[in-house]
Write a protein of this length. Structure first.
Length: 187
């Protein structure tokens, strides 16, 4: 006969043999040493079962044995739900991305046909996949014109002009920037 215990915190169910099953009183042992080992194992099991019965964490039950705890099952359920939601969100995002690309291509192609030119200003013609911008690809990023010159350009120019108060790092003085802009009106 065996006895089952349920862990109150985790919900795990375990099963242990009774001490009488480990070392039956009417069993015949080949040696006295084998008999002593069987009785020692039975007394160990008896102490374990006594401790589990008096424990608040374990209680006797008739539930089936479980390999996974309630916490593990809950974790698996949440993980499965997370994967499902992630797949759904990813599919929605991909669909929106495809819709945006199709809309951009429709608008972009219509405006190119109206102008009779492509993005680079050349005449419109068949575009091969080997070109940098094929029909389904993203447009090339154009670098915007800078309104202000870079600090490195101004610093190098000022050192070349012989200014002595040019700091190696940090903000440049306003008079140096004004002098650079006066000499370089476009930048």
């Amino acid at each position: 006969m065996s006895v089952r215990f349920e862990n109150v915190r985790t919900g795990r169910v375990v099963e242990y043999d009774e001490p009488e099953d480990i070392a039956p009183p009417d069993a015949v042992y080949p040696t006295s040493n084998a008999k002593a080992m069987a009785r020692r194992d039975a007394s160990r099991r008896e102490r374990l079962l006594k401790a589990m019965r008096s424990s608040r964490r374990w209680r006797t039950t008739t539930k089936a044995i479980t390999r996974r705890t309630e916490l593990q099952r809950e974790h698996e359920r949440r993980e499965e739900e997370r994967r499902r939601i992630e797949a759904q969100v990813r599919a929605e995002y991909d669909q929106k991305l495809e819709n945006e690309r199709a809309k951009w291509e429709r608008d972009h192609d219509a405006s190119d046909r109206d102008k009779g030119t492509t993005d680079d200003g050349g005449p419109q013609g068949p575009v091969g996949k080997s070109d940098a911008q094929s029909v389904g690809d993203q447009p090339a990023k154009a670098t915007p014109e800078r309104a202000e010159p870079s600090q490195a350009e101004v610093r190098a120019w000022a050192k070349g002009q012989g200014y002595e108060n040019v700091p190696a790092r940090g903000t440049l003085p306003e008079d140096i920037i004004a002098a650079y802009k006066a000499e370089h009106p476009g930048g």
